[in-house]
Design a protein around this ligand. Structure first.
Ligand SMILES: *Cc1c(COP(=O)(O)O)cnc(C)c1O
Length: 379
């Protein structure tokens, strides 16, 4: 089945009791048993919920995976992944990643004796020197946030397989419409469903998708034991959002290209980070592993002045100044003080995350209006 069809149909069946075409919101905590243990596979909603199961199947299908799990947030999904490990285990992670991921790694799990290495993965060979017998997990994001670096998933997967290390890919920025990491060799995929999958800035949720039955069982056990499940109402909203994921992503990509080109030609703008540019250092990899270049763009000014960026963001009218991304509406964000505020300044400077950097999540509005908004704000 092609992507657009899967987005509408996968995981979703008419409700057996009424034929309702939309999956009902099973807003229930528990299920009545006829006699102890005589139930239809549903005991308690932390463990099983039909609305959640429909969404888990839908997300698994979108990632060409066998199993899906959805969590109360993207970070709850990451939390479950790291709980596969034990003290003394080591993780090799990209050095340019979502601020909250960096925070849970360094401020929560380092306290439990897990060691993290933050490595520039834009060249997969850089990973090798950090591997030792304790290395249990490689964690990567591509495109990275907010620098839009592209990491060669296939190359990293090859290395991970050779060394028998688990490879997880945070696929939030590309969405399954543009990139399927498991087809390239990843063991599992993680999403902040809050972003493109939900798509309407009305839900916080996370997901994991994987093929391996044992990995699935371990993660489902952690999910049920630790309890960070997504609620049925939110699952319904995401099931609805996913139906338009394919067409939304087409528009995000189209608008992204127009806005990126506009910014690249603006005299005040210094660098524009968007993987669709031929000049992007890993453009050829993006072209090979992505179906489109997306609507996430970062840019800096010739003068690396935070106040200049603040003035521009305050003047924007259509682009809302807000954290998050991936919704139908365009957003602007200042990573240094907002999404990536948890990362020390010297760390972010190393990857080029300057004080003036603005990150845009280009929505699905009319591109002419978005460009006119940027034009007046940059004037
Ligand atoms: C937002 C985000 C997360 C965290 O997800 P939440 O749903 O906010 O918990 C993780 N990774 C990336 C790339 C994100 O953008």
């Amino acid at each position: 089945m092609k992507f657009g069809t899967k987005a509408v149909h996968a995981g979703v069946k008419p409700d057996p009791s009424t034929g309702a075409i939309m999956t009902p919101i099973y807003q229930t905590s528990t299920y009545v048993q006829r006699s102890p243990g005589d139930h239809k596979g549903f005991e308690y909603s932390r463990t099983q919920n039909p609305t959640r199961f429909a969404l888990q199947d839908s997300i698994a299908a979108l990632e060409n995976a066998k199993h899906g799990l959805v969590f109360g947030s993207g970070l709850a999904a990451i939390d479950a992944v790291i709980k596969l490990l034990k003290p003394g285990d080591e993780v090799i992670s990209g050095n340019d990643l979502y601020g909250g991921t960096y925070r849970i790694f360094t401020k929560v799990f380092e306290n439990f004796g897990i060691k993290f290495h933050f490595v520039d993965m834009s060249n997969a060979d850089n990973i090798k020197s950090h591997i030792n017998e304790n290395t249990k997990l490689i964690w990567l994001e591509t495109p990275t946030n907010p620098m839009m670096s592209i990491i060669d998933i296939k190359a990293v997967a090859k290395l991970a397989k050779e060394q028998k290390i688990l490879l997880g890919v945070d696929n939030t920025f590309a969405s399954p419409a543009l990139q399927n990491p498991m087809d390239l060799g990843a063991d599992f995929v993680m999403h902040s469903v809050t972003k493109y999958l939900g798509g309407h800035s009305d839900v916080v949720m996370g997901a994991l998708a994987m093929d391996d039955d044992t990995l699935y069982e371990r993660l489902a056990f952690i999910q049920n034991s630790c309890g960070a499940v997504a609620g049925p109402q939110d699952c319904f909203l995401v099931l609805r959002g996913i139906k338009t994921l394919g067409i939304r992503m087409e528009r995000h990509c189209e608008n992204g290209e127009k806005v990126a080109n506009y910014l690249a030609n603006h005299p005040k703008v210094k660098d524009v980070y968007w993987p669709g540019f031929e000049s992007h250092p890993n453009h050829h990899i993006a072209k090979a592993q992505m179906k489109g270049f997306g609507g996430m763009i970062s840019f800096t000014f010739h003068e690396d002045d935070m106040q200049l960026s603040f003035r521009v963001m305050e003047k924007l009218k259509l682009f809302a100044l807000a954290e998050s991304l991936g919704g139908v509406e365009s957003l602007a964000n200042h990573p240094a003080t907002m999404t990536h505020g948890a990362i020390p300044r010297e760390e972010r400077m190393k990857v080029g995350l300057l004080d003036s950097l603005i990150r845009l999540s280009v929505g699905i509005e009319d591109a002419d209006d978005l460009i006119a908004d940027l034009e007046q704000a940059l004037a």
